[in-house]
Design a protein around this ligand. Structure first.
Ligand SMILES: [Zn+2]
Length: 253
């Protein structure tokens, strides 16, 4: 049985920090990883470009599925409708509800489960995490558990949903990734699709605060940086007490 194939998994991989960490985690488990990204009419394709580059470097097969045909069903969200203003502020619930794409995870998981069955993978990995629970009902444990039950009976080949960070915060995900030696310059978080991350949108701010909580400097280049992330500024880093942080503080990609 030594030539039996490695167990395979489909990783839903957006190009962001969480799924980047999940992808590497699956690789370190020795699994055969198939990355799956979705083009669902995001306002920009930057995160998909990053995802492609990472998979090319890792030698991981990567499929980008164009699901823009359903755009008309989900375009009430600020993430997919460029006519809506993106909220700049913190993750205040009222603001950020504008970034919820209706039923997104159920759609994406359903397609990922289909791919898993199609290629004989017994698992779908994705990066739902604790910090998303308030805003995104389809990142809650009860949703993931219910979808896992469905994935076990929807086909004759049962598929398990694996969300290793379901109860973890962004800080903890980052801590694990940093311990694995991952390079987060190879991730994209910003909701805006400019050449540089904006440093102001809720997603950038959450990312920066995760780096701050880990006492680490985000290797990504930023356009402007919010107050809470002032230690990210190269000038601030240079005057910080941590010389190692200053050395890494030249945000350069
Ligand atoms: Zn941003």
């Amino acid at each position: 049985m030594s030539d039996s194939p490695r167990p395979a998994t489909v990783v839903i991989y957006s190009g962001g920090m969480d799924s980047y960490t999940v992808l590497h985690r699956a690789l370190r488990e020795g699994r055969e990883v198939h990355a799956l990204s979705f083009d669902y009419g995001q306002r920009h394709a930057r995160e998909l470009e990053v995802a492609r580059e990472v998979c090319r470097e890792l030698g991981v097969p990567h499929q980008v599925v164009d699901i823009t045909a359903i755009h008309g069903l989900i375009d009430a969200s600020a993430l997919t409708d460029s006519s809506q203003e993106l909220p700049d502020a913190d993750y205040a619930e009222a603001n950020l509800k504008a970034t919820v794409v209706p039923n997104r995870n159920m759609i994406l998981l359903s397609l990922a489960i289909a791919k898993a069955v199609n290629i004989g993978a017994d698992r779908v990995d994705y990066g739902a995490h604790g910090g998303d629970h308030v805003l995104y009902p389809d990142c809650r444990p009860e949703f993931v558990e219910a979808m896992n039950d469905v994935a076990g009976i929807a086909n004759f080949e049962p598929v398990t949903l694996h969300a290793p960070y379901l109860r973890a915060g962004k800080d903890e995900i980052l801590a694990e990734g940093l311990a694995m030696g991952l390079d987060y310059a190879m991730t994209w978080t910003c909701y805006r699709g400019e050449a540089l991350a904006c440093g102001r949108c809720g997603s950038c701010r959450e990312r920066l605060s995760a780096f701050a909580a880990n006492g680490a400097v985000d290797p990504l280049a930023y356009d402007t940086i919010g107050d809470e992330a002032s230690s990210q500024r190269p000038d601030a880093a240079a005057s910080s007490q941590r010389p190692d942080a200053a050395a890494e503080g030249t945000n350069d990609v």
